[in-house]
Ligand binder design. Sequence first.
Ligand code: FES
Length: 253
Amino acid sequence: MNQTTTSPVPAKLGATSRSNAWLIEPAVIFCGFALFVCYVTWRALYDWQYIEWGPYLSPFFSPKLIFPGWQWSPAILLLWEPAAFRATCYYFRKAYYRALFLDPPACAVGHLGGHKYTGENRFPLILQNVHRYFLYLALTVLALLWVDAFVACSYRGHIRIGVGTVVLTVNCLLLSFYTCGCHALRHLVGGRLKCFSCSTAAHGQFKIWQCVTRLNERHALWAWTSLGTVAFADFYVRMLAAGVWTDISLLQL
Ligand code: FES
């Protein structure tokens, strides 16, 4: 079946009969993307000597990979996975199709790219369907970040909770909300079931599906807050490692 359809929106970029401030959302999203990409690029490629302090390891450089002879930033080996996971995320796809590709910049607003719309049924956008495989990797990365958060609770043989422990833990929590609210995960845990009450196992799956659905309802919120906390967690560890900030101890046993 030919999926090509005629778009109902005006062909001229920005043309619309909408009278509300539709431009604000794509503009804010564009600024958010630009800020994050600039920061990550700077940290990953130019400022990667500050990756850990005491028991804290920056989430950009976790797990800590050391290969003899490797002289470049370890982030090159790590960051492709979260980047691919977020780039293929259903929410972020909508966000950057609008804010970066202007195709369209908002609902019922004239867009770039003419009237032909083929959805994600053809190359290259059909490749977005690999998202579910990046989800499996993202769950593994998330488990490793939780291990880092637990490791951050001890220092030199003592239990110690510092501000950094809180920062890393909050980051893991928000990343968990984001990852566990994934549309692909929602389908994985309950999307294929035809009957939720036909067996105990199916009922258990239904409960999990409900939890994922609750997180999924706020997926955009978790997407942006986790993007902010992961950058801040890295920045916090970086500032400690560079000797600019001092970690305040909240509890020591
Ligand atoms: S849809 Fe957003 S993380 Fe899967």
